[in-house]
Design a protein around this ligand. Structure first.
Ligand code: AMP
Length: 562
């Protein structure tokens, strides 16, 4: 028999109970050492709250609502008990454990029944992910029911946490790298490099256990195995980027699209999203373009796709997302929503990793193989005025801003460092009024931390919601705000409060989208509170008419979908 799942659960409980990093790393490393090789990757994934390795394309496709219905069936419990448990703990896993414990149904766990093993849990996850076609929903639900039916309350807690992807033990990927390094005696930097190459620490842990340091050192990139993308930090302005990059830098247009990682070997092309999901099937015309234009046998490269209107100017982001979500009827929608690809980096070429080459060299090689595909527009300069003009030009062309890339920087997968800066020009902030608030999650579960923001309709005087956000306020501010909102609540329930429109906040956002979600038909994208404006009365706040005006103004730069 393999290692029982309850041992992994015990480990997670101990992790949850401490916040000492060293202690956590030691516990996990000795656990990993005890496992059989084939249990290593599944365990690492589950400890990190994942059913599968990171780059794996399989998903469980099980919503919390579905899981909740199954728990109701299995425990036959009054759901109010769950809600109350959730309010007290702020954690779906803990609440699940409590209802399992209080369940009136005598579950048939007999002495003869074998305990769940780690591998058995993985096998059931695999079966859930594989269920497809007619009746697949029922099949998946039956499998989840079987799994939870075999679980003890504490096992159920963690199964649910893994299924909804919310482990919250505080043991993150960086610590897992340390644990793997310690468990299998491989220096930390070699583990990190291997994770960069493979994109998943679970797979690396397995290799470390079976092949040691040598196995990890011999790793190279493999086409069709996505790697973590390099990320950018925010710079306030072009001056900061120039200064940080030593007096001169390469500015590129920051396109408001979707990042894709393109892998090609011969005629075969696969495309991965920023989150490393395979999106090849959604982008047939891009696949075709790559086959036709790219002049290399084997490549891994990166670019941004944007949706464009008839005149070639960018369409709002929401139309692009529709293309990515689409699985059926791609042909019809690809006629309506045209895509354009801009390439910006080359990571691997004909058997060779290019990540250690300077940016400028990689870009030169990229230009050589790109055929007629455009690269992102670029300006190399140390002159702030020129850079500022380039930024205005990008924004006026309907793009988000600029990315500044240090000329001699290597490509650092998965790292958000100072080698790349993003410089955005946000739209003018709005002063909006809080009309309702909901309790947060996890650490914020007793706090009203999710705010509904409204603008006044000049014609009717009504305050209409245009967005919702839990971003921007500090913990201290949230605690104070919770008190204020509770005192003025006109309606209060388990989810939160409704308040009269009194408190004005300044809100930044990236775009105003058309949306059926709210009565006014618009919604702010990426709203975040930048200031509490107690100096303003609700009458002085911005109006729906103003929001509408900004919405319309966006189309001076962006295209509209006909
Ligand atoms: P953010 O998502 O705000 O962290 O900004 C980084 C993102 O900008 C990347 O993940 C890309 O999707 C996107 N992006 C747009 N244009 C470029 C560019 N020229 N170079 C790199 N990233 C870009």
């Amino acid at each position: 028999m393999g290692t029982p799942f309850r041992e992994l659960v015990g480990l997670c409980e101990s992790l949850e109970a401490t916040s000492k990093r060293n202690a956590m790393v030691s516990m996990v490393s000795s656990f990993l050492r005890r496992l059989r090789p084939e249990e290593v990757e599944p365990s690492v994934s589950m400890i990190l709250g994942r059913a599968f390795p990171k780059w794996d394309q399989r998903t469980l496709e099980i919503s919390w609502t579905t899981i909740a219905n199954i728990i109701k069936r299995l425990t036959n419990i009054d759901w109010k008990i769950f809600i109350e448990a959730f309010r007290q703990t702020g954690d779906i896993g803990d609440a699940t454990k409590i209802v399992f414990e209080k369940s009136k149904v005598k579950r048939q766990v007999t002495l003869l029944e074998k305990p769940l093993t780690i591998l058995e849990v993985r096998r059931i996850f695999e079966a859930i992910a594989q269920a497809c076609g007619v009746g697949s929903r029922e099949k998946r639900e039956r499998l989840v029911e079987t799994l939870l039916g075999k679980a003890s309350p504490i096992e159920a807690k963690y199964l649910v946490k893994i299924m909804i992807g919310e482990m919250r033990t505080g043991f993150h990927e960086g610590l897992m790298e340390l644990a793997v390094s310690k468990a299998f005696n491989v220096p930390e930097n070699i583990v990190q490099r291997a994770v960069m190459m493979r994109g998943d620490v679970g797979e690396v842990a397995y290799m470390a256990k079976t092949g040691g340091k040598e196995a990890l050192l011999s790793l190279g990139f493999r086409v069709f195995h996505p790697i973590k993308p390099m990320l950018a930090q925010t710079a306030e302005n072009v001056e900061e980027a120039i200064k940080e990059h030593g007096g001169k830098t390469a500015f590129e247009y920051k396109l408001d699209g979707a990042r894709i990682q393109i892998h090609k070997r011969g005629e075969e092309v696969r495309i991965f999203s920023r989150r490393l999901t395979d999106v090849t099937a959604s982008l047939p015309e891009i696949v075709e373009l790559i086959r036709r234009e790219i002049n290399a046998k084997e490549v891994i490269m990166e670019g941004e796709v944007i949706a464009v209107g008839e005149d070639g100017s960018p369409l709002p982001f929401q139309h692009l997302m529709r293309r990515f979500r689409r699985i059926r009827g791609i042909e019809a929608v690809s006629k309506r929503i045209k895509l354009q690809l801009f390439l910006f980096d080359l990571i691997y070429l004909n058997g060779e990793s290019l990540i250690d080459l300077p940016y400028i060299e990689r870009r030169r090689k990229l230009a050589e193989i790109a055929g007629r595909i455009s690269l992102t527009k670029q300006l190399i300069t140390g002159n702030p005025e020129q850079a500022q003009k380039f930024l205005e030009e990008a924004v006026n062309a309907g793009h988000e801003g600029l990315v500044a890339k240090m000329l001699d920087s290597p490509y650092t997968p998965g790292i958000r460092g100072k080698k790349w800066f993003k410089i955005k020009k946000t739209l003018e902030p709005l002063d909006l009024v809080i009309v309702a608030a909901e309790y947060g999650y996890g650490k914020r579960h007793g706090w009203l931390s999710d705010y509904y923001l409204a603008a006044r309709d000049e014609e009717t005087g009504e305050f209409l919601v245009v967005g919702k956000t839990f971003k921007g306020l500090t913990d201290k501010e949230i605690i104070k705000m919770t008190k204020r909102l509770k005192e003025m609540a006109i309606e209060e329930n388990a989810r939160g409060v409704v308040v009269p429109p009194k408190i004005v906040v300044e809100v930044a956002y990236n775009e105003i989208q058309k949306s059926p979600k709210y009565k006014c038909g618009m919604a702010l994208r990426f709203a975040r509170i930048t200031r509490i404006r107690d100096d303003k009365t609700p009458e002085e706040a911005d109006t729906i008419q103003k929001v509408k005006e900004i919405y319309e103004k966006q189309f001076e730069k962006k295209a509209r979908l006909a």
